[in-house]
Each structure stands twice: as C-alpha cells, then as structure tokens.
Unconditional design. Structure first.
Length: 355
C-alpha cells in the first residue's frame, strides 16, 4: 500500500522519507490506550507543525529569518537526536561509535545510496518553507496532500505497480479538491501584502510534493533487498549528505544576505521551536507507524486539517469560502478512499521518518 505523510508534511517533514526499515505493528484489538495516545500525538504534531511553520513566516517582525538556515539547523538538530538514540541503544558512546563505523563508514555503498534522496529532500524542505510563506496554513496542508498523487504516479513508473479503480477515482477526487482550494487562494490576499503571492506558494508546494513523491519511491527502489536498518541509523546516513547540501543551499539562495546580516539573523524562540518541531515530526511519524493503522493516521490527518483551518481563522484572519470547504472535503475523502482496505495494491513495508 502506498503511504504518504502529510506536511503537517510531510513539507516535512512532512513532512517524509520512506525508509527501508521493518517495524512490526502492534496487533492489539480495538483502541488501546497507547493507540489513542498515538492518535492524539499525530493530530497534534500535524496541526501544530503547519501552524508553527506558517506563523514563523507570516508574523510581523522587523527581522525575518532565512528559511534556508532553518532547514540547515533542522538537519543538525535531527542528527544529534539520532546520535543520542544510537548511543542509547548501543549502551554508551563506545558502542555507538562502533555501530556508526560498522553501518555508515564500513558500508559506503549503502550510505551512498541515500545521497540523491537526501539532497532532494533538502530541496523539498526549502520549497515547503517558501510555500508556507505564501499560503495559509490550512491551504498549505491540503495542497500538500498532492504527494499522494505524485507518489502513486512515480510508483507506477519506477516500480511497475498497478492501482485499483477506486484508487484512480480517489486521485481524481484529490486533484479536484486541490484545484478548488487553489481557486480560494487565487482570490485571497495575504497579510504580508505584496510580499505574499499565493501562486508562488501553490507552485512551490506542488513542486515539493513532486520531489517528495519521486524521492520516496526512488529511495524504496534502491534500498529494495537491503538489510533492515534502524530509523536512527538511516537518518544519520542521510544527514551525511543532507547537512552539506542544506549548507550549500544557504549560500546559493541567501548567501549575500547571510554574509551581511549573519547566519542567525531573525532567529528567536519561535524559529528554534519551528526547527525543532520540524525535526521531531518526521522522526515521530516513523515510530507511530508501529501503533497507528492507516485509518488512525488518515483520521489524524483529517482532524489536523480541520484544526489548522479553525486556528487559521483566529490566528491569521483566514476566511474560507465554499470553494475551500468543498475542496477540503474532497481531499479528506480522497485520503480515506485511496487507502481503503481491499482496494490497495500490495507493496513493501516502508516507514516514513524525515520531513
């Protein structure tokens, strides 16, 4: 079954990078306490992530931070979190360094495999920041569900998969919903005046979803047959390429301004919280897969979209019209339709861990 993490996501991440890691799902019947906790966390993570990202870019501050720098520090924070987890699982620094040497340095080809996806996801995260700068949080979250469509298309092209009739229908419903939501954004003016352009945000979000779909399927394809690797170790492997590429992106996009104003220009508590939340969001989704089934994850995404819409009304003076409400309803419906049991194609199990 093809699975796609929302931005609230993906974005990033989230946001999301499928990893070749086998995680056994808990088979408890009904909604256990831990399943309910996971459901609440997924909903909270998705909605807060998108709202934080939008707020950090739309607020009226004298010094706006560079989004490329935020992406860089998100990767740095992520690698430290993963290193801590590897050391903890290896019972100390010495065991952790031995594990790193064995998995990362002694297997250069396995590490090199993740180079292209790591670089592509860095580009994707920068685009998600761009999209969040020009789109309302709810609009951003809904449009980001387009990664379901792009993932499906690339899995047909690269993996020779087949979709059922109901899946094709759900993709048509998804596309219609996204188009209706875009019609709302084309008639909405942002608080930032001329600095906000919904068309730029829409194109950035769709481009990021296209990259996410391709990179995710490509990653699954190249890692097919590889030995299972822990989520923490795989993220460290990807950070070997993600951190340098995100640093290069700083100088390609904001180099002159960074040299003039400094790397941490505009950084405050909100920006650091956004970067940290971006980091833990991707990691937590992969862990939650152990306990949350598709219905729970889809429910969490749907509720997060509703929460983001309501919060945007109060936080950003967002005024959804009938086009937006109809489009949002279609997108939410398509999410459930696409992953309906009995209609989805068989695929390898993969996890999502990066934004």
């Amino acid at each position: 079954m093809l699975r796609s993490r929302s931005v609230g996501a993906d974005i990033g991440r989230v946001t999301s990078i499928p990893l070749h890691v086998e995680i056994r799902r808990e088979k408890a019947e009904g909604f256990s306490t831990i399943k309910i906790a996971v459901l609440i966390w997924l909903t909270l993570q998705n909605s807060v992530h998108t709202l934080l990202l939008r707020y950090s870019r739309a607020r009226d501050v004298p010094e706006m931070y560079f989004s490329s720098v935020a992406v860089f520090f998100t990767e740095v924070i992520k690698v430290f979190v993963c290193l801590y987890m590897v050391f903890n699982e290896s019972h100390g620094p010495f065991g952790g360094f031995r594990a790193l040497k064995k998995q990362v340095f002694n297997q250069p080809w396995d590490t090199l495999k993740v180079c292209i996806p790591a670089v592509m996801y860095t580009f994707q995260n920068n685009l998600f920041y761009c999209a969040a700068s020009h789109l309302e949080a709810a609009t951003f979250m809904i449009i980001s569900q387009s990664k379901i469509f792009t993932t499906a298309v690339f899995s047909i092209i690269l993996m020779n998969r087949r979709l059922s009739g109901i899946q094709w229908f759900s993709l048509a419903v998804l596309t219609t919903g996204v188009c209706l939501v875009q019609m709302q954004t084309s008639t909405t003016k942002g608080r930032a005046g001329d600095e906000q352009n919904p068309l730029i945000g829409f194109v950035a979000a769709l481009t990021a979803c296209t990259i996410s779909g391709f990179a995710g399927v490509y990653f699954e394809k190249i890692l097919k047959g590889s030995a299972p690797v822990s989520i923490w170790m795989r993220n460290i492997q990807m950070s070997v390429f993600a951190i340098p590429s995100s640093f290069i992106a700083i100088w390609l996009t904001d180099g002159a301004a960074v040299r003039e104003k400094g790397l941490l220009y505009g950084f405050d508590g909100v920006v650091w919280l956004t970067s940290f939340w971006y980091c833990i969001g991707g990691l937590s989704v992969a862990i939650c897969i152990k306990y949350a089934d598709n219905i729970a994850k889809n429910f969490a995404t749907s509720v997060a979209i509703i929460i983001a819409t309501i919060a945007s009304i109060y936080l950003f003076d967002f005024r959804p019209n009938m086009m937006f409400l109809l489009g949002g309803t279609l997108v939410i419906s398509s999410i459930f339709l696409y992953s309906s049991k009995g209609f989805t194609t068989k695929t390898r199990k993969v996890d999502e861990s990066r934004v």
